[in-house]
Write a protein that binds this ligand. Sequence first.
Ligand code: PAF
Length: 285
Amino acid sequence: MRVLRSPAAVQRWATHQRESGHTIGLVPTMGALHEGHLSLVRAARHACNQVVATIFVNPTQFGPTEDFARYPRTTRRALALLRHEECDVVFMPAGDQMYPAGFQTYVVTGDLATDLEGRDRPTHFRGVTTICLKLFTICKPHRAYFGQKDYQQALVVRRMVADLNLDLVVKICPTVRESDGLAASSRNRHLGPADRERALAISRVLFEQARALRNGLYTARAAERRGRQALSKAAGLRLDYFSVRQAHSLARPGPSDRDLVLLAAARVGRTRLIDNVRVRLNSGR
Ligand code: PAF
């Protein structure tokens, strides 16, 4: 496994791979790897001849009051895990290689990025799309792998790829969960045992409401209301949102919409967690 720090070196590597007829799979990360990331590397390994993972804690996607400084930086462990998964290249740039002095050009995102995660984090998706576009330009992947756990992020990036005619496919892979249902996340390591227990309410309520929707017990609006009530009452949790949306546009669903996603964000202590569950309703109900 090669560890490259300069964008130009990765571009040379990627150009050579493309000219040799190889397929490049990209797994962008911020380095605090968990099973979710490793499942993305495995999916890339399965489908592509060459796998490049990136490790970069991207400052522009953190708001001024968010946890950029507190974000776990565990590079040595990440490199060992990526080597174990037989990653070919790790791109690990320094901050000023991605944002050199005088940097001023960003991607402008649209409606998909303004609600849910974007509501209280107005510059978050601008930062995510800008860094992803830069990583795509540097690593030249045929496929880029994202986890469903960050569902809105994956849709926003997929939208950018379509809107800007980028020549790659965005693959969205299933959320990896702990045996008790908690979605794998870099931020889970901040949870002490009591908070970890409290955090389980998020996936539990998402699955309860998803099941009720699937069984035709409630409308989307009723499921949203019930989910919101349940999580507002859950001990030790501060709910940011619980919402039922159309899976492809994140617009509010009408009665005939069948492909839905339930999304939630909540704070447990100082840690903010997000999760979501997709639901496809049978047609003809
Ligand atoms: O999901 C993440 O870890 C980040 O948002 C990403 C895609 C690596 C961009 O910095």
